[in-house]
Design a binder for this molecule. Sequence first.
Ligand code: GUN
Length: 286
Amino acid sequence: MAQIIDGKALSAQVLQQVASDVALLKDEHGIVPTLAVVLVGEDPASQVYVRNKIKRAREVGIGSKEYLLDANTTQNELAQLIDALNDDAQVHGILVQLPLPDQLDEDAVIASIHPDKDVDGFHPLNVGALAAGRDTLVPCTPQGCMIMLHQAHPDLSGKHAVVVGRSNIVGKPMAMLLLQANCTVTIVHSRTRDIESLCRHADIVIAAAGRRELIDADWIKPGATVIDVGINAIEIEGKRKLVGDVAFEAVSQVAGAISPVPGGVGPMTIACLLLNTTRAVTRQLS
Ligand code: GUN
């Protein structure tokens, strides 16, 4: 039976660190790190994510401002809000919850956020800095995955990591971070031939495909570490349940270590968002 990588417990440690950083920023600089969260429209999943982010922010002493915009918001209206938040010295981090409604140009919105307030690490300057191996604001989910991986592997050097999925939010930045940690990295995706055998060679599998229980036990090398980024809502006997991109019961019989869903990557992502908020303050101070 695999070791369970407990994202809830690990995120509590990160949040404790954030809370102490917040206290220090207040004592030494009189600053209350503040995160602005923008949600356009009423996507129920996004509403839950935003609510959780704000709740956790409050718990560690990070201030928050919530902007709930109508689903019909125009590009210009959103641009004006972001400009105002960029100029507001009391706001240190700006998060625009994705996906945005169809009438809005996501790339333009991301590019309009000041790079030093880009707590998602999605701005092209931050993406480029990560690719170049420079210190920058790094996307929260892959950052959380790296903390979880370090639990199972204090030294990642030379390990073969397979990243399943090539999204800008997870797959691509994940590959960059693994490369920085001296892993050998393969990215596989929906057009990859024979994904299973590539996964079977991996010491580490990061599952970020967005397909429920895609990855089964025969994809996994015995003893490998599996991090499940998937969040898929399903209904069993009328009850709503969250499952990942990994068939947890089967894979946990083969893997050496595995992260569960829920209670794995999800809480780590929020903890890293708040970590990025304090880092954003530090960037704006220097
Ligand atoms: N939607 C799904 N994941 C994310 C994320 O990490 N950040 C933002 N802004 N939107 C998301």
